[in-house]
Design a protein around this ligand. Structure first.
Ligand code: GDP
Ligand code: IMO
Ligand code: MG
Length: 430
């Protein structure tokens, strides 16, 4: 029985939350392994909408253990806020159903502040981050300065770490002409939030190991997506973590064989939020139609998402590099009613034809998509729960996508609702 990792195969917001929630019925444990509250995962269950950022999507189902793994950067105030927010929707989050890795690094207010400052003052490359402090927090982690969850339990270590961290940050802040951070105040803030976090702290790698050994099924929930991966994405327009499924192992503390099946999530078209190259972007009526019908606004930030045609080159690259076994194709219904639909099958760069996405920033910005046009469909696919309900043209589209990306479609999603999902191959059994 394979454990499954769910990862984004485009630029994020593919519907990972919906698919993780749906698959979770078949799982016992759900583990987040990278990113932080830059993620925004929307779940719709019988019309009730849940918006999750840091909490694994398994928390909406009773009896499942949710884990925030060591690869996640945890903003303790955001976590407490989210727990309180979902409590108002009737979800009780306790150590019975949530654990946080003791060795996860923290996002502090100074990270958020630095993220926003850079976004506001950067004159060159505009990343368009979520301003949640993700990049600066990962910088401190790799710089070996980070404060980790376990440090909250040790006043002596905490004080020493705050001092070390501020030696770096205050030097930086002085250089930028910004106010220095008061160590005593930061320490007091951390001591005040610690009792809200520490009850959830655990050696999560051990829980995962025990779950594996007792035959439980584990779902690893990716945030962001392949094209936002720090190594493989559209650098520097990326997030600051590895988003590919291999990160599920290091970001949760399980061996390479901990993940059996990698399910990539892709929309039936493409979206991106923030800056950076996007070869199939449509800045016309068709793009605006996708934005409106797909309700393409950021789950947490509310920013409108840029929209374009499905790019088979990029998804094929995500499949190859990320070791994706099958795809969940979402938002097929958003293409309903279009006269024709297009798929990008390659690029042109000047006089050269490309079947891959180049690594250079300038080239990524210059490639011109080469399209294949397929007939659209007039019937509605919205809410379809079996393949047989789909119009012939929609089936043709799905089959052509499979051919071009070189992987099977294991699941199809036809609306935001949990149950409007078509299972073609069970990732847990494949
Ligand atoms: P995530 O970040 O990958 O979890 O995706 P988001 O939740 O940020 O964005 C996906 C959006 O599409 C959410 O509003 C979902 O409710 C919605 N959604 C998911 N699947 C479908 C689908 O098949 N059809 C439609 N119309 N909406 C969907
Ligand atoms: P989910 O999990 C879409 C984008 C930001 C920005 C870049 C860097 O909901 O799919 P960051 O704040 O991470 O430093 O921003 O990455 N980004 C996302 N785009 N979905 C997400 O998460 C994203 N998380 C970050 O818009 O371009
Ligand atoms: Mg999202």
């Amino acid at each position: 029985m394979a454990n499954v990792a769910v990862v984004g195969a485009q630029w994020g917001d593919e519907g990972k939350g919906k698919i993780v929630d749906w698959l979770c019925e078949r799982a016992d444990m759900v583990v987040r392994f990278q990113g932080g509250h830059n993620a925004g995962h929307t779940l719709v269950i019988d019309g009730k909408i849940y918006k999750l950022a840091l909490l694994p999507s398994g928390v909406v189902r009773p009896g499942k253990m949710a884990i925030i793994g060591n690869g996640v950067v945890v903003d303790p105030w955001a976590l407490v806020g989210e727990i309180e927010r979902v409590a108002q929707q009737g979800l009780k989050i306790t150590p019975e159903n949530l654990r946080v890795a003791d060795n996860a690094s923290l996002i502090l207010p100074l990270h958020r502040d630095l993220d926003a400052y850079r976004e506001d003052t950067n004159k060159g490359i505009k990343i368009g981050t979520t301003r949640r402090g993700i990049g600066p927090a990962y910088e401190d982690k790799v710089g070996r300065r980070a404060i980790r969850v376990c440090d909250l339990a040790d006043a002596g270590v905490l004080e020493q770490k705050v001092e070390g961290l501020l030696a770096h940050h205050n030097a930086l802040r002085r250089g930028l002409g910004r106010d220095e951070i008061d160590g005593g105040q930061l320490l007091a803030e951390l001591k005040a939030i610690a009792p809200r976090i520490l009850p959830f702290m655990d050696q999560s790698w051990k829980l995962i190991d025990e779950a594996r050994k007792s035959g439980q099924r584990i779902l690893f929930e990716g945030a962001q997506a392949f094209l936002l991966d720090i190594d493989h994405g559209t650098y520097p327009y990326v997030t600051s973590s590895n988003t590919v499924a291999a990160q599920a192992a290091t970001g949760s503390g399980t061996g390479m064989r901990g993940v059996g099946y990698v399910l990539g999530i892709a929309k039936a078209y493409t979206t991106r939020v923030g800056g950076g190259p996007f070869p199939t972007e449509l800045e016309d009526e068709v793009g605006r139609g996708l934005l409106a019908r797909g309700n393409e606004y950021g789950t947490n930030t509310g920013r409108p998402r840029r929209c374009g045609w499905f790019d088979a080159v990029l998804v094929r690259q995500a499949i190859t590099i990320g070791g994706i076994d099958g795809i969940a194709l979402t938002k097929l219904d958003v293409l309903d009613g279009m006269k024709e639909v297009r798929i990008c099958t390659g690029y042109r760069l000047g006089t050269t034809s490309l079947d891959r996405f180049p690594a250079g920033m300038a080239e990524q910005g210059r490639v011109e998509p080469v399209y294949e046009t397929l007939p659209g469909w007039t019937q509605s696919t919205r809410g379809a729960r079996s393949f047989a309900e789909l119009p012939a043209e929609a089936i043709k589209y799905v089959r052509r996508v499979e051919e071009l990306i070189g992987a099977p479609v294991a699941l199809l999603s036809t609306s935001p609702e949990r149950e409007d999902t078509i299972l073609m191959r069970d990732p847990f059994r494949d």
